[in-house]
Design a protein around this ligand. Structure first.
Ligand SMILES: [Zn+2]
Length: 338
């Protein structure tokens, strides 16, 4: 057997070595001769069977830190090594390379390029997602620039947000195909593997319905005066029949507040986001990062935390709280699956 890739191996004492730092799997291997401790510290990709007593091998096996002897490390692009190693350690099969390769074949659409949407897009690009479709015809404002993506203005300063960030994203992640699309219909026609929508105040119910009708996985990011909502992640009806869609949440809100539809209509009216000043930088980093992590969990074959739930991220702490939502009995979204 060999140690899994990506593990730190550290000396604790002359006869004791620690394998792993993350408390989810880190183990202490004690009772070693100095020679055996040294061999474990320098194991790398070499077999450890002969280097360790049976008790130590059992401890490593129980912690899930061993892989079959002779398993060859599969190569991955140098910039994606952190993705492959960290995600490999969290997967039962230990195969982070497979995750990274799946991402490279995926296309994700980001509809709404405020700071949170742009952060989600740049994070997905850096994490190895192969294609991005961007849609946001609104003019670029002074508070719309996010993280490392330098938005480009035209000479007269008038350009749309999607066009403004394309070059920056291409420089950030040259292997990711980045394209601008005009309108949700054009985005949906390309059948991306997931759609992130970023908007101020609320998600437009018409967009939510179009996404549900297209049966495409989608995740809303909504920023309000001083917080952000990420989720719920809505997947194909066949996968998540009992989980809520975005309309379910609006129906729940209307149950609690009969005037919610009136308020909602104002939040999503054309030009309403002109009243929204933009997204504070740290809030955008957390909300956009969470959205990217949720999409990656989906692309990697895992379960997004916000399937049937929503992160609430407040200013100033930016500490996410996960709130669960149920499907609304009056929505009938599961019935769309036929
Ligand atoms: Zn629903």
């Amino acid at each position: 057997m060999q140690l899994r890739q990506g593990l730190r191996v550290l000396r604790r004492a002359r006869d004791e070595v620690q394998v792993g730092v993350d408390p989810r799997w880190a183990v202490r291997v004690g009772g070693l001769t100095p020679e055996r401790a040294e061999r474990l510290l320098r194991a790398g990709d070499r077999p450890v069977d002969d280097a360790l007593p049976a008790s130590a091998l059992a401890a490593l096996r129980a912690a899930g830190l061993l892989r079959p002897r002779g398993a060859r490390a599969r190569r991955v692009r140098p910039d994606l090594v952190p993705e492959a190693l960290a995600h490999g350690l969290t997967r039962a099969d230990g195969d982070g390379v497979d995750s990274v390769r799946r991402r490279s074949r995926a296309t994700v659409a980001v509809v709404g390029l405020d700071r949170a949407g742009t952060t989600a897009a740049s994070t997905l690009a850096l994490a190895g997602v192969g294609g991005l479709l961007l849609d946001d015809p609104r003019p670029l404002g002074p508070a719309d620039v996010a993280g490392p993506v330098a938005a480009r203005r035209t000479v007269d300063g008038a350009t749309d947000r999607a066009t403004a960030v394309v070059d920056g994203l291409r420089r950030l992640a040259p292997r990711t195909r980045v394209h601008v699309r005009r309108g949700l219909g054009a985005v949906l026609a390309e059948r991306p593997d997931a759609v992130v929508t970023a908007s101020a105040g609320a998600t437009d119910p018409a967009s939510a319905l179009a996404l549900l009708g297209a049966d495409l996985p989608h995740l809303p990011v909504v920023t309000r005066e001083a917080d952000a909502l990420v989720g719920p992640f809505v997947r194909a009806a066949a996968d998540d029949r009992a989980l809520p869609c975005l309309r379910c949440l609006d129906l729940h809100r209307a149950d609690a507040d009969p005037a919610w539809p009136v308020v909602l209509a104002q939040l999503v009216a054309p030009g309403a986001d002109g009243h929204a000043p933009g997204v504070p930088a740290a809030l955008a980093a957390v909300a956009g990062g969470l959205a990217a992590a949720e999409v990656l969990a989906h692309l990697d074959g895992g379960s997004p935390r916000t399937a049937g739930a929503q992160y609430e991220v407040p200013v100033p702490s930016a500490e996410p709280r996960l709130r669960r939502w149920a499907a609304h009995p009056a929505c009938g979204c599961a019935a769309l699956d036929g």
